[in-house]
Design a protein around this ligand. Structure first.
Ligand SMILES: [Zn+2]
Length: 455
């Protein structure tokens, strides 16, 4: 896709740059309506891995097109569906192949607000993806939700497209020996005999895949100084791992200050880092939260760069969410570059040295990856991260530090809690460059061959 094509992308949903269906996951989500709030109540029994859920969705039918006679939610096959209501009345519905298709008694008029209520029960399990199982996953003790990119329907009925962002209230009832960690504000915690109900609120618009949960026997830690000004930062870790956790995350408050200087205000009202009592392949970001494994608690650069990477996703990915998955470099390129900025600011290798190391690695690897639209198979390829970081560095070199960081802070401010695309980014960057910059971006974003190293 050329910059021009990126600019001219379909606007069929009525939202600039948001296509009708995700090019990488065309069967996920339904562009014919938008959910603006989910109220979800879960009852979870870890030992039998038994989930009973109720979801109330507040939604709006898309403008344009005729009345909506039917629409679909994404919910994994295998759950038993109980009561379903649309605007308080029972619709016809069918639950097949991960789709809950609803035909309301009365078609929904374009632009009309409506509500959906779904009750479901079953044994949640990860949904299959080209990267293995994702979504709801049982732990030795408890469960974990990490859904990027399409795991959300493993546990709740949703409009599973990254552009469909909503506020969430989530209540989880589970045995009292477990803690429930969620990215949001804990409104209430109520103990009733042997169960505890935790109610969390996340008012900021949140993509479905970014709702993360950890249900596990965890101990809470405060990471920032509660008496100081700044973003409240919490941690959760298994009790024996608390000292290792405290060591691995000790510099996070400093990172938070640096990133606010460089990227603009932190977009949420708090930040939570969770370590579950298992080894995980990679840490995962969720809204106002990130989840790590015990294997990520080593001291030093390796662990610090992951803490920085996940924190940076709160700006790049979570506040500014991709319109569809072809734009994933806007998440990973900036999160990778944030690692290098942290290194530079703390007396480690400067970003240019880190970028050169990444470039040398890329030189040794096949050059068949197009950054701005890598295809589903390569969307999590390590080269996307490395080339993404080097591309951001190339922009910094071209613009100069003053214009580059101003461009970055304006980018996160103008699109705060919104949806972004490569086309929107190109249009944004042009305004900060004295010289034409399309040629440079074209090479880094749309060609597969590596351009010369920026210096
Ligand atoms: Zn990442």
């Amino acid at each position: 896709m050329s910059p021009r094509q990126a600019r001219q992308q379909q606007h069929a949903t009525g939202r600039p740059g948001v296509p009708d269906v995700d090019p990488y996951f065309p069967t996920n989500g339904d562009p014919r309506y938008h959910v603006h709030r989910y109220e979800i109540a879960l009852d979870y029994r870890p030992e039998p891995n038994r989930l009973a859920g109720t979801a109330r969705l507040s939604a709006i039918a898309a403008e344009g097109g005729g009345p909506l006679a039917e629409f679909a939610l994404d919910l994994a096959a295998g759950f038993r569906i109980g009561r379903v209501l649309v605007n308080g009345k029972a619709p016809h519905y069918a639950h097949r192949a991960g789709k809950l298709r609803l035909r309301p008694v009365k078609p929904l008029l374009p632009g009309a607000a409506f509500t959906v209520e779904v009750h479901w029960t079953g044994n949640p399990k990860p949904v299959r993806s080209p990267w293995g199982g994702i979504g709801w996953e049982e732990l030795n003790e408890g469960a974990l939700v990490a859904s990027q990119p399409t795991g959300a329907p493993s546990w709740y009925p949703c409009n599973d497209r990254p552009a469909d962002k909503a506020s969430y209230q989530i209540s989880v009832t589970t045995p009292s020996s477990y803690a429930v960690a969620l990215g949001g504000t804990l409104l209430t915690r109520t103990v009733k005999s042997s169960s505890t109900t935790w109610v969390y609120e996340q008012p900021a618009p949140t993509a479905g895949y970014l709702v993360g949960i950890a249900i596990s026997p965890l101990h809470q830690i405060r990471l920032d100084d509660p008496d100081a000004e700044g973003v409240p930062q919490f941690g959760w870790a298994p009790h024996p791992k608390v000292p290792a956790f405290a060591a691995a995350f000790s510099r996070q408050p400093e990172m938070m200050r640096l990133f606010q200087d460089l990227f603009g205000p932190y977009p949420f009202d708090r930040y939570t880092a969770v370590v579950v009592d298992e080894e995980l392949d990679v840490p995962v970001e969720s809204q106002a939260m990130a989840t790590f494994g015990t294997n990520h608690l080593e001291a030093g650069w390796h662990s610090e760069r992951m803490v920085a990477h996940e924190l940076a996703h709160q700006w790049f990915g979570n506040s500014l969410t991709v319109a569809d998955w072809s734009h994933i470099w806007l998440n990973e390129g900036f999160a990778k570059y944030a690692e290098w900025l942290w290194s530079e600011a703390t007396g480690g290798m400067c970003a240019a040295e880190r970028a050169l190391k990444a470039y040398q690695l890329l030189v040794s690897l096949p050059q068949d990856l197009r950054l701005a639209d890598p295809g589903r198979r390569l969307m999590f390829d390590d080269r996307l991260y490395q080339r993404g970081g080097v591309t951001v560095h190339a922009l910094r070199v071209a613009l100069g530090d003053e214009a580059f960081f101003r461009m970055l802070r304006d980018w996160t401010r103008l699109h705060r809690h919104g949806v972004v695309s490569t086309g929107a980014f190109l249009a944004h960057v042009r305004r900060y460059s004295a010289q034409p910059i399309d040629g440079l971006l074209e090479e880094w974003l749309f060609e597969t061959a590596l351009p010369v190293f920026p210096q």
